[in-house]
Write a protein that binds this ligand. Structure first.
Ligand SMILES: *Cc1c(COP(=O)(O)O)cnc(C)c1O
Length: 482
């Protein structure tokens, strides 16, 4: 299987090259040139890690079968507490695919527990001996999931930059207590944009690259534009479908709809890939919060990022430029010239409009809707009071939108974070008083609902805080050159 660039379809690289490089030239994204065919009958009874091995083998054809077997078996077992792909019935016809049973309690673990292994192996196979220094600007979830995935791996160093006043207490402690000899964590004075702008400047700084190259270090990123982060996410769509079929909730071969709380469009795109491989996916419903640029795009064909940015109670979906949408545009239009044109327009003017044929093709697979913070809070309460199902603020947005986009098919909502990662907002939504600390809120949430907080979150206040440095944005460069 070869990969080409969304902005230059003449380019061809292997999966290993795509994963080591991250980004294609001229900011293009790597996409597979074809989709391997799923063998649904042969796959339906596999364990999660066996299924992951099959899906990965179709795309990552330059990795050995032995490597893929070991990598998937060592990733999706104990680290997910035996609950990888856990699919729970909320009520008749409505299911929750709980993707937060991994080590950091957010769905990004599915990719970030596996991708580091793919990167280390690719470097080895390609004979690359440099040290890879990964820089991550994070608003919370990605930073911790990346730290947990890359800690103590050979030939890798990771530095995470998060906004000093932009994360929850829990998210801050998850990062500041991270163990490992190859990790560095910095708070940056300011908001997420300050941290991200600072890190982007370092990536674009030729002097930094030259200085690091002298020391045998190459910079890399861990964000969701890397192909290695997308491919592991395809697996759970299959796994959830098989669980519904097993329970008789869907007739074998009939479609299931999925509703996905969306930010950078990576998670939902993996559902489109599963569909292209032959999984009976009906609609993929894209759920946004008040930052509803994707809702408008999927309805009208005009992507217009020139709008107010809102900080919401579902912060991992607070995004105005959804990078992975570019991949979908390539697959449906089949034209890297068109995609390059739209992306140029977006960076020059903040907006672009796709042609009617492209929009119609997108709308065959995708529907969209959005919910603001008040709707999300009402949904948390409704799901708990009505179904005794407790969900976090991101998942709540998807439940709300799912309700408005139902067909005759069963609906699976992707639940992307543990409710205990955002305990104060969840508690308030249920009608409780929010205590001052996240830990008190976790305890109150357990008392109120009977749900157990994940041990990795409950015990955070007992761990040593290793990282206390607060940087000015201008000092990010020095930290990256350390
Ligand atoms: C990252 C994240 C999302 C958005 O996923 P994308 O792949 O960026 O669309 C949704 N919910 C949570 C909790 C997340 O951490």
């Amino acid at each position: 299987m070869q990969y080409l660039s969304t902005r230059d379809s003449a380019l061809r690289v292997s999966a290993q090259e795509a994963i080591v490089r991250g980004l294609a030239p001229q900011s293009g994204l790597f996409v597979p040139e074809t989709f391997p065919r799923a063998d649904l009958d042969a796959w339906k009874n596999l364990s999660y890690s066996e299924l992951a091995e099959k899906v990965l083998a179709g795309f990552l054809t330059d990795y050995s079968a032995d490597f893929l077997h070991t990598a998937t078996a060592s990733t999706y077992g104990a680290a997910f507490g035996g609950k990888a792909g856990e699919t729970v019935k909320v009520r008749d016809g409505l299911y929750s695919l709980e993707l937060w049973h991994g080590p950091t309690c957010a769905f990004k673990d599915y990719a970030l527990q596996l991708m580091p292994k793919l990167l280390v192996e690719a470097k080895k196979m390609l004979g690359r001996t440099e040290t890879t220094r990964i820089l991550v600007a994070t608003s919370g979830d990605t930073g911790k999931a990346a730290l947990a995935g890359y800690a103590d791996l050979d030939g890798i160093e990771i530095e995470v930059f998060y906004p000093n006043d932009g994360t929850s207490e829990i998210q801050h402690l998850q990062m500041a207590t991270q163990k490992g000899e190859n990790v560095q964590v910095y708070a940056v004075q300011g908001n997420f944009d300050d941290a991200q702008t600072g890190v982007k400047k370092v990536f674009a700084d030729a002097d930094v690259a030259a200085e690091l190259e002298k020391r045998g270090i190459r910079l890399s990123s861990a964000n969701s534009i890397n192909w290695g982060r997308l491919v592991p996410q395809i697996v759970y769509y299959f796994y959830a479908y098989f669980r519904l079929a097993e329970q008789g909730a869907v007739e074998w071969g009939k479609p299931v709809d999925f509703c996905v709380p969306t930010g950078n469009f990576g998670d939902i795109l993996a559902g489109y890939y599963a569909k292209q491989m032959g999984l009976p996916v009906g609609r993929l419903v894209c759920a946004s919060n008040k930052n509803n640029v994707l809702t408008d795009f999927l309805r009208t064909g005009t992507y217009d990022a020139r709008r107010t940015f809102y900080k919401t109670t579902s912060p991992s979906m607070d995004i105005l430029i959804s990078s992975n949408l570019e991949r979908l545009l390539y697959h449906v239009s089949g034209s890297s010239e068109k995609v390059a044109g739209w992306m140029q327009e977006l960076s020059a003017t903040g907006k672009y409009t796709v042609d009617a044929e492209t929009l119609a093709k997108i709308q065959q697979s995708f529907a969209a809707g959005y919910a603001d913070d008040a709707d999300g809070a009402a949904e948390i309460k409704a799901r708990f009071d009505g179904d005794h199902y407790l969900c976090d603020t991101h998942t709540a947005v998807a439940f709300r939108v799912a309700e408005t986009r139902r067909t005759d098919a069963p609906m699976v909502v992707l639940s992307t974070a543990s409710p205990f990662k955002f305990p104060r907002d969840v508690l308030t939504a249920l009608g409780g008083e929010a205590p001052a600390s996240d830990f008190a809120a976790m305890a109150a949430l357990t008392a109120e609902t009977g749900a157990e907080a994940p041990a990795s979150l409950r015990e955070l206040d007992k761990l040593e805080v290793r990282f206390k440095t607060v940087l000015q944005p201008a000092d990010i460069r020095t930290a990256a050159l350390r």
